[in-house]
Design a protein around this ligand. Sequence first.
Ligand code: C5P
Length: 232
Amino acid sequence: MNKDVIIALDFDSKEKVFEFLDLFKDEKPFVKIGMELYYAEGPEIVKEIKKRGHKIFLDLKLHDIPNTVKKSMKVLSNLDVDMTNLHAGGTVKMMQAALEGLTREDGTRPLLIAVTQLTSTDQESMENDLLIRRPIDEVVMHYAKNAKIAGLDGVVCSPLEAGKVHGVCGEKFLTVTPGVRLAGDAVGDQKRVTTPENAKELGSDFIVVGRSITGAKDPVSAYRLCVKQFIG
Ligand code: C5P
């Protein structure tokens, strides 16, 4: 899959989503459906957005015992999304089970990506709240290696870590990077952030952009600017 900008559809109803997507007349952006929208509208919303011709990253960040994750991934594979994810913190065993569940009988499956450390987590919160007393960089690389061992396609990480992940796991191992802001936009709750231009230089394969596009006065122009900066 080629480099792309993925818009995070962080809305709480399908009316708001369709109002937003209707703004795009000339392009069909790759979109991310997260927990907020999925829990509000259920699997139907995935099918409806797919029908409109968008590629979909279903961002439900599964994290449970291997058997439960495997069975849940089996259900999700029927939704025919392009990419989905889980938490690498669930262990290699959980990731392997997820991959098994996600793979259809004909051998096809959506891309499976692992969340390393959330981009809202920083060194201090990781040490104090999670009692992980290693440099965050080292933790992210370790989780990425585990995802690769489990056979996954890549990781969700900060753009600031993308180059290093490629160094450790290879150029083909995908880096999907949220924590992206157009210059001048508010950082909000994100901690490890950068611009689309910088994410490109750092080697991200996909950038996930939410509020810098959905919260912009002119979302279509903001999306185009992200594409221009990230893809050229
Ligand atoms: O509005 P903003 O650009 O910060 O949105 C980022 C999106 O990426 C949100 O939907 C958030 O849930 C998601 N995400 C993240 N960090 C991760 C994984 C996903 O910010 N590690």
